[in-house]
Design a protein around this ligand. Structure first.
Ligand SMILES: [Zn+2]
Length: 244
């Protein structure tokens, strides 16, 4: 037990140093992209029309639906919300227009009236009713065994969703998870949210609540900020580059 604890502490120390360096790099990237985004003559060709794109952030689950539950009782919905709020705050700081499908853990329905399908339909409509939306849905993964770890990005139908998904996943690996061997993959057709919106959409599984190292990282405030910074940097890169 002691050996495992020392090993975990050494790992934490190394990972935090790595994360701080990555966060600084990503914020610099986000800052430089922000100036391009705001002032360069390049149009935001990834989006239709003249109006500015809007980053729609969906913290998965919430209310009576806690999502996956870690062995220590940590609810997925709370971690999703915490990372989402950090992403929103960072995006707002950079002058990016944002909307959130939920902003707290308060239930919109009680147990009797709650329907997962209706909740997902509400969130899909929320994005559909937002002009020039780009939707990022934030979740945590879970597996029956503790081995699987690392982030995984799922992207919705269409080339724009794929471009955003591959870009985001590559940035997460480079900045935060150099040992992550996963790749961005198309979301399954039966994944309601990604299948019921017409805007660019990705679903980010930030890590596995069933993996102890992932759970420690995902519960860490600084790691959550780093994760949010990578998501914002990826969104800005996506918005700046010409569409396919
Ligand atoms: Zn989830």
């Amino acid at each position: 037990m002691m050996t495992q604890n020392r090993k975990t502490r050494r790992l934490d120390s190394f990972q935090k140093q790595h994360m701080l360096a990555s966060l600084a790099a990503i914020l610099l990237l986000a800052g430089s992209l922000w100036f391009s985004y705001r002032f360069a003559p390049v149009k935001r060709s990834a989006f239709s029309g003249e109006s500015e794109a809007c980053l729609v952030i969906d913290p998965g689950h919430g209310g009576i639906d806690g999502g996956a539950i870690a062995y220590n009782g940590q609810r997925e919905s709370e971690l999703n919300l915490s990372i989402s709020l950090k992403l929103r705050d960072l995006a707002t700081f950079y002058g990016i227009d944002t909307r959130m499908t939920r902003q707290d853990e308060e239930p919109r329905n009680d147990y009797v009236t709650y329907s997962e399908r209706e909740e997902l339909a509400y969130r899909a409509d929320f994005a559909e009713n937002t002009e020039n939306a780009v939707l990022i849905s934030i979740h945590q993964n879970f597996f029956p065994t503790s081995q699987p770890s690392g982030a995984q990005v799922l992207y919705g139908p269409g080339a724009e969703s794929r471009r955003l998904g591959e870009l985001t996943h590559a940035n997460l690996v480079q900045a935060l998870q150099p040992d992550n061997r996963r790749v961005a993959v198309p979301a399954p057709r039966d994944l309601y949210l990604t299948s019921h919106v017409s805007c660019p959409v990705i679903l980010v599984e930030c890590g596995f609540l069933s993996n102890l190292t992932d759970l420690q990282l995902l519960s860490d405030d600084q790691y959550q900020k780093s994760f949010a910074a990578v998501l914002l940097g990826s969104y800005l890169q996506y918005a700046q580059a010409p569409s396919i």
